[in-house]
Design a protein around this ligand. Structure first.
Ligand SMILES: C[S@@+](CC[C@H](N)C(=O)[O-])C[C@H]1O[C@@H](n2cnc3c(N)ncnc32)[C@H](O)[C@@H]1O
Length: 341
């Protein structure tokens, strides 16, 4: 029995992000506790939705409702609430990621595309620099794009998109990989706004939009070089599951990068920030988006999210190494980084 427990602990520590081992752990645990009591325990579990306590099973639906309500006003509200500062944070986020041409990025909870658009512009800029340095070199952001005018443009599925290395028409004769970006979000309304924005920016061929849950990503193991999530992870019901999924889909050596609201440690800044958050943001939500409640949830959910150190520890527990974080604006937001090594 003691030996069995040792094996279980060992498997849990070394391979906690592998589905295969999760199954093994389950098999082992079947020998020590009954499935019935496990089920009962999980149905009774509660979580937070802002400051409200709800059943875990309700959270994803409630979060979905929030973002369906705010989707059309989401971008305007971001600028209004943060006085444009969210743009600087996202620019910094891309600087930290510093993707090279050839990077396959998965932006989870990508919403209306802010991170994806920055990625595309960043990579295009890098490609131009490389072209200048190496005339004749050919890079494509979208591997399905050819020099032939496409009579019937085909929107690729995420699976096609990730597997294009195998496709004859997109193979790279220079041996250089193509950059790719997939925006995955649970909310179709947010993605629709993102697609419209992409059209206006003439970037519609550069992004693949996929509806999916961060806790069960519809992508194969080891399929992307970078995983980003900006202001998304605090909305996820089981953060540890989302982190395990990030680990699973990343290739060895791949990077996890998260931008999220965090904890302000300076008491003076903290009290001004609290005043602004609770007294001003819901009012702006009502005035601009006719939605007080969703923005009340937003400020409350920020307060419920683990602080910088706690979140870094969760990332380590998911298996990531070289975990670090940087505070932005005195800790109002933070960028957490980790590698799958
Ligand atoms: C605050 S928005 C962030 C959007 C974008 N990343 C940005 O920075 O502007 C949060 C997004 O997380 C998405 N989301 C919430 N729960 C999710 C989940 N479990 N899986 C995937 N996306 C989720 C929402 O639909 C929403 O689009």
């Amino acid at each position: 029995m003691a030996a069995l427990r040792r094996v279980s602990v060992h498997l849990g520590r070394v391979c906690r992000c592998s589905n295969r081992i999760i199954v093994s752990r389950r098999n082992l645990s079947e020998q020590t506790s009954s499935d019935e009591s496990d089920k009962k325990e999980s149905t009774e579990r509660s979580t937070h939705f802002g400051f409200e306590s709800i059943n875990e099973s309700e959270k994803t639906g409630k979060v979905h409702e929030v973002f369906s309500n705010v989707a059309s006003k989401y971008d305007v509200m971001n600028d209004a609430m943060s006085l444009g500062v969210h743009r600087l944070w996202k620019d910094r986020f891309m600087q930290v990621l510093d993707p090279l041409p050839g990077t396959r990025l998965l932006d989870v909870a990508g919403g209306t595309g802010d991170i994806a658009f920055r990625f595309i512009n960043w990579v295009k800029e890098k490609e131009q620099q490389q072209r200048k340095a190496t005339p004749g070199a050919e890079f494509r952001l979208n591997p399905l794009e050819t020099d032939e005018p496409a009579s019937t443009p085909e929107f690729p599925s995420a699976e096609d998109y990730l597997n294009t290395e195998q496709r004859a028409d997109t193979s790279d004769t220079d041996g250089k990989k193509d950059s790719k970006v997939i925006v995955c979000d649970i909310n179709q309304s947010m993605l629709e706004v993102g697609k419209e924005r992409a059209k206006k920016l003439e970037l519609e061929d550069d992004v693949v939009w996929v509806t999916g849950n961060a806790e069960e990503l519809p992508f194969p193991d080891n399929s992307v070089d970078a995983y980003t999530i900006a202001f998304g992870i605090r909305n996820v019901t089981h953060i540890e599951k989302a982190l395990c999924e990030a680990y699973r889909v990343l290739t060895p050596g791949g990077r996890f990068l998260c931008l999220e609201f965090s904890q302000v440690s300076n008491p003076l800044i903290s009290s001004v920030y609290d005043l602004y958050s609770f007294q001003v943001i819901p009012v702006l939500g009502e005035l601009i988006a006719s939605d007080w409640k969703s923005y009340q949830y937003l400020v409350e959910s920020i307060r419920k999210f683990p602080n910088q150190e706690e979140f870094a520890e969760m990332i380590r527990e998911a298996g990531f190494r070289m975990v670090s974080y940087d505070n932005l604006t005195s800790g109002v937001a933070a960028i957490h980084s980790g590698f799958k090594i």
